[in-house]
Design a protein around this ligand. Sequence first.
Ligand code: C5P
Length: 254
Amino acid sequence: MGLCYIRAMTGAKDIPSNAMERIFVALDTPDLARAARLTRALRGAVGGIKVGKELFTAQGPDGVRAVSGGERLFLDLKFHDIPNTVAGAVRAAVHLRPFILTLHAAGGRAMMQAAREAAEDAETQPPRLIAITLLTSLDEGDLEALGQRGPVREQVKRLATLARDSGLDGAVCSPHEIEALRALCGPDFTLVVPGIRPVWAATGDQKRVMAPAEALAAGADYLVIGRPITGQADPLAAARKIAEEIAAAPGGMS
Ligand code: C5P
């Protein structure tokens, strides 16, 4: 039995009990100085930073190192390629010591297993490998055009199950998929949830949002929050307000 299955069966989930530590702030900017400024300003007020393709492509691994410092890093590079190439990309990515690394479940079982094995081979603490199921930008019409079986909700569940059975640690999901995926994939499957909006923040282009405390109560493990923090004149105050609102919610956390 490979390491990947042992890890999946023993459940590597270790979720912080503190609300603040469960928030990753999305640094959706190609600008190194702005990313570094936000990271410095938010140190200690969020659990980590999410770096995606925009910043990574503009600034490369050295830019990511310069920004992240000692912060927990969610490296959202959404790998999707043949197994050998994804394994190589995972081996390269672990040098940045990500806490979370994403890949597309649509890459298939062999790709996800190769990623798992590459992550476990690293000499550092392996990242949590988190699956992207179906991009929320796709609808039923897109699925049909792609020749994929719908409806969207069923395809999300199919891909999340495949990710779990291929040894991945969890999935990114919309707030409205939390309960279904938790029931389907079990308590040890890590659910990472964007589309989060405190009631006082603009929804922007996010269509199906949920407040932070509500998403955690529904079973989210980590929240991804971008503009409600980074788009405010005082990002630190916004992050603190979100953590306070979570603590003040019924059954709230510290
Ligand atoms: O600014 P906002 O809070 O909407 O940012 C959410 C972050 O989560 C962005 O980095 C976005 O790319 C990401 N994301 C998302 N919806 C998904 C997957 C990722 O909003 N389904």
